[in-house]
Design a protein around this ligand. Structure first.
Ligand code: ATP
Length: 451
């Protein structure tokens, strides 16, 4: 099924409690969003699935959680203060600001030009200024005295936490190459965006891993991580591989630290866009931090008796961007049991916000104690929702729309036969199972799904 348009997803996200515009009662705040009760679960589940695949299930990767506030010299060494810039143009008439490459790519509709071929403002057609470079980092003051020494930067990526802790992690965990350090965290970028929901925001979560290896093994590990990560999107987020592609950066596009970057791209409703960048960062970062900090960040290989600076392969993913794709990709419209239309969010159960909904057939007091007992039994195993309002058909529709893989219906027969009905989201099949076997029956239908 083709991906739905963005408005459909934005509306579902708001209506069902996934994503709300930030500070909406004050008219919102451009390019910032809040995650609602279901959004926070979905986000947590994607993050946990990434953490399991990248850290828990591997012997060669460990995790960290580095402070956001760092010595500002970190950002000088990394090159961010100098080079983390976007060229921007201002409209002389309406004063809006744009990235000229976004105008050229048609992100605001077909680009308009004047007789000399200069771009015109996509909003009002006015004259644009020459491009000027703007640094994307947000800066803030630390302490009470405002001077240059009190400036701190909000992190625009998580990677530097891994580089500055390379030696701490290596020695405390007695690691030998190759090994990786992973982290998930919020990053901040002062970006100008054409307003595509949570695709590009000022504040977003990233899931990054720095994989340290011998320089002569870097090309092979680069290939390995591209394949691994592509598979993860298909298997864990449920993305049709036909809507994923790998795009190698052109030499002129490469970041200052990169010897090669390949993006995993998704076919968004507006065209291909990046989900994750996998870069061969060479020895740039460790060398730069060695030089600026005066600390030795080389590695001694005991087998070959060589000392060298490790190379780094970095798979850098956007958690919040992946969440947008999970909604877009799994949104399905199909017939229900009666042949009417139903909307189903076919999220893989591992990432679904609610795993099991408990639905007493009627609100009557006679059913409630039994239904609540069953709810208590299930919620100690999985994330659940208890819902007793409205008709059962409408409640199934609501659970389909938020992607709940299983519903457990408690009816008046339950009081007699101590059995309940399990209804599956995707097949709409219903089976009757004894309460004594319920957890086992749910587990069979939720393989590998914890919590
Ligand atoms: P883009 O080209 O889209 O600006 P990038 O190449 O600057 O992305 P990276 O620095 O490689 O992005 O960051 C890794 C991932 O972080 C991206 O693939 C994306 O999923 C996510 N990401 C980057 N910037 C944002 C943002 N402003 N909002 C949401 N996610 C982002």
């Amino acid at each position: 099924m083709p991906a739905p348009d963005l408005d459909t997803i934005v509306s579902l996200a708001k209506r069902r409690g996934f994503v709300f515009p930030s500070s909406e009662i004050y008219g919102g705040f451009a390019n910032a969003y809040d995650y609602g009760p279901l959004g926070v679960e979905l986000k947590r589940n994607i993050r946990d699935a990434w953490w399991r695949a990248m850290v828990r299930e591997r012997d060669d990767v460990v995790g960290i959680d580095a402070a956001m506030m760092t010595n500002p010299r970190v950002w000088i060494a990394s090159g961010h203060t100098e080079t983390f810039n976007d060229p921007l143009v201002d409209c002389k008439e309406c004063r809006q600001r744009f990235r000229p490459d976004h105008i050229e790519e048609g992100q605001y509709g077909e680009a308009e030009r004047d007789a000399e071929g200069n771009l015109r403002c996509p909003s009002c057609g006015g004259e644009l200024t020459e491009p000027r470079l703007f640094n994307l980092m947000f800066s803030t003051q630390v302490g009470t005295v405002v001077d240059e020494g009190s400036i701190a930067y909000l992190p625009p990526e998580t990677a530097q936490g891994m580089f500055v802790n390379f030696e701490n992690v290596r020695s405390s965990m007695r690691r030998k190459l190759p090994f990786g350090i992973a982290q998930t965290r919020v990053s901040f970028r002062n970006e100008i965006t054409p307003g595509r929901f949570i695709f590009r925001t000022l504040e977003f979560e990233q899931m990054e891993m720095e994989f340290f290896c011998r320089p002569d093994a870097a090309a092979e590990w680069h290939r390995y991580w591209i394949d691994e990560r592509q598979r993860w999107y298909a298997e864990t987020i449920g993305i049709d591989p036909a809507r994923l592609r790998i795009r190698d950066h052109e030499p002129e596009e490469l970041s200052h630290y990169s010897a090669g970057t390949s993006d995993i791209e998704y076919d968004f409703p507006w065209g291909w866009g990046e989900l994750e960048g996998i870069a061969n960062r060479t020895d740039f970062d460790l060398k730069a931090h060695s030089e600026h900090s005066g600390q030795d960040l080389t590695y001694f290989d005991e087998e070959t008796r060589e000392r060298f600076t490790p190379y780094v392969i970095e798979p850098a993913a956007g958690l919040t961007r992946t969440l947008a794709v999970a909604l877009l990709e799994n949104y399905t419209v199909e017939p229900d049991e009666k042949g009417d239309e139903r909307v189903v969010l076919k999220l893989p159960p591992v990432i679904a916000p609610i795993k099991v909904a408990v639905l007493p057939l009627s609100k009557k007091n006679t059913l409630s104690p039994t239904a609540k007992r069953i709810h208590a039994l299930i919620r100690s195993h999985w994330m659940t929702q208890y819902d007793e309002t409205q008709s059962i058909g409408r409640r199934y529709r609501r659970q389909d729309e938020i992607g709940t893989p299983l519903c457990v219906t408690v009816d008046f027969d339950t009081l007699e036969d101590e059995a309940v009905t399990i209804r599956e989201r995707d097949t709409q099949e219903q089976v009757r199972v004894p309460i004594a076997r319920l957890v086992e029956a749910l587990r069979e239908r939720l393989p590998g799904v914890a919590g």
